[in-house]
Design a protein around this ligand. Sequence first.
Ligand SMILES: NC(=O)C1=CN([C@@H]2O[C@H](COP(=O)(O)OP(=O)(O)OC[C@H]3O[C@@H](n4cnc5c(N)ncnc54)[C@H](O)[C@@H]3O)[C@@H](O)[C@H]2O)C=CC1
Ligand SMILES: O=C([O-])C1=[NH+]CCC1
Length: 315
Amino acid sequence: MAEPPVIIWREEVEELLLYRDLVPLLEEALGKFSTRDTEEVIQPVRTAVPLSKHSGFMLLMPTYMEKDAVLCTKFVCMYKREEGSTLPAVNATVVLLDPERGNVKAVMDGEVITAMRTAAVSAISSKLLMDPGAEVLTILGTGTQALSHYNVFTEMFSFKEVRVWSRSIERAESFVRSLKGPVTVSSSVEEAVRGADVIVTVTRCTEPVLMGRWVKPGAHVAAVGACRPDSRELDDTLMKEAVVYVDSREGAMAESGDVILSGVKIFAELGDVINRVKPALRNKTTVFKSLGMGIEDAVPAKLIFDKWKAKSSSL
Ligand SMILES: NC(=O)C1=CN([C@@H]2O[C@H](COP(=O)(O)OP(=O)(O)OC[C@H]3O[C@@H](n4cnc5c(N)ncnc54)[C@H](O)[C@@H]3O)[C@@H](O)[C@H]2O)C=CC1
Ligand SMILES: O=C([O-])C1=[NH+]CCC1
């Protein structure tokens, strides 16, 4: 008989999941995904269930990695929230199954996984696509993703300057006070992004917040918000001037307002660059449009479960 499922909640996920383990595994998985080899990865475009009464969606994100024996799904709910709302904008649970028997092996808190794996993939995009001499990092937004992006970007790279912008200067100042390193608060998006080498957009806005005319030629933009077909974070000028990379072509064509509404052509998936099928055009302005994929949750879920098992068997 199968063992009953274990529950691995937030504190344990935080303890077990480290960027130094996660980043190389995600890079490898993005490469596998882009081969479209179904023995490596089966990951259908996620299902979105509208929660109209609550101004949100539940996204269902199943993934099967046959060779790695990983069967996983995430349920993630995302909501439009009023400013000052104490309810979460994103709430996620990850379920890991045994692919042979179909039983649930573990149920995990998905918020930390979502925050860390999204930031890790943005960091991979930057490693591949930013100017190697990049000095200035800007983060637009000061929520959960802003913090995880700050953490992994400062762990992986040595920027000389980090700038942060939020619609509320008080929130930006309080966010910066919670960080360890030196960070400047900018009073406008334009001030924050002028001259920046890497720009991370992690807002809940639905209209463009980042304009191409402010972006330095050759900059790299990791665009993480605007995950619905009618939402935008970037304007048409930026989308059209940049070389556009995505996590999944099918996902971007189904869900990214920045891609769909600007009508741009996707140049490559990150996995194509990792597999050396498409070049990393570091000297051009590049946008990595991130939407998030099931495989990015499946990889940390396996990692956390394996570490959890090793820890509990050593007790
Ligand atoms: N690409 C991916 O894999 C993922 C994307 N997301 C998306 O990333 C975004 C950020 O997520 P979280 O940090 O969890 O949310 P959060 O609620 O913690 O932070 C959102 C930030 O956006 C700001 N904001 C809200 N409305 C805005 C507007 N109209 N203009 C400018 N700023 C605005 C808020 O003040 C806050 O700083 C969301 O759009 C979310 O859907 C989240 C998880 C994964
Ligand atoms: O991939 C993901 O987990 C999400 N993408 C948009 C909101 C949550």
